[in-house]
Design a protein around this ligand. Structure first.
Ligand SMILES: [Zn+2]
Length: 226
């Protein structure tokens, strides 16, 4: 028992350090490969979100990445990727649709998901290692695989929960800013088509299926309208 607790503690520390190192790498990459977003129409749309959110200002940047994606840092900065900006520039995406990605990312910030992800990651990796060690006594080697599989399953569930929450926040913000839920739904549908194999793409791997997200957004928007 004492051994197991010790193992859990060590695993938690390792998980925490791993997570912090990942964050530091990401912060360095964001710093090195980002520039301010300067498109006037997009800036105006983001300003509307910021006002509706009571923030006054949202710092938006373009992150050099070949994948359509949006992300945010815990300090509230929001990033859209160059790939996403390209689709916007050629008219495949409207300013309101890009704004819905920003609204989703603002949701992650406002709901404290960065901190929660760190706790989830640390807890899950510790539990996974401890379970692996226990299972390994009965099922050598396979025990670790079973624990890893269960860990991945739990991680996917936690990530889906965060995504639905951020979507819900974004829908409310888009409605309050006067855009309505339409652009958010259109954006998700377009993303589903842009990425030929949504399940294989990293953006959607941690995100629930497009149809599920759209259904949830429609449900929330209708509930608030009523
Ligand atoms: Zn998200």
């Amino acid at each position: 028992m004492v051994q197991l607790l010790l193992l859990l503690a060590v695993a938690a520390v390792i998980g925490y350090v791993q997570y912090r190192m990942g964050l530091m790498r990401m912060a360095q990459e964001l710093e090195a490969k980002s520039h301010p977003l300067e498109d006037p129409k997009l800036l105006a749309a983001i300003r509307r979100l910021a006002l509706a959110n009571g923030l006054g200002h949202v710092q938006a940047q373009v992150f050099d990445m070949p994948m359509v994606n949006g992300l945010a840092t815990p300090d509230g900065r929001v990033f859209v990727t160059t790939a996403l900006m390209q689709k916007y520039k050629i008219g495949l995406l409207s300013a309101e649709e890009v704004a819905s990605v920003v609204a989703h990312e603002l949701g992650h910030v406002a709901l404290g998901h960065h901190r929660r992800r760190m706790i989830d990651w640390t807890g899950r990796s510790a539990a996974q290692l401890a379970l692996g060690v226990v299972l390994n006594r009965f099922l050598p080697i396979i025990g670790f695989y079973i624990a890893a599989l269960l860990g991945a399953f739990v991680a996917a569930g936690l990530s889906r929960r965060d995504e639905f929450e951020a979507d819900r926040y974004a829908t409310a913000l888009m409605i309050r800013a006067g855009f309505g839920a339409g652009p958010q739904i259109a954006m998700l549908r377009k993303l589903g088509r842009m990425i030929p194999n949504p399940q294989g793409a990293s953006w959607l791997a941690s995100h629930p299926a497009v149809d599920e997200r759209v259904a949830e957004i429609e449900h929330n928007a209708a509930a608030w309208a009523a």
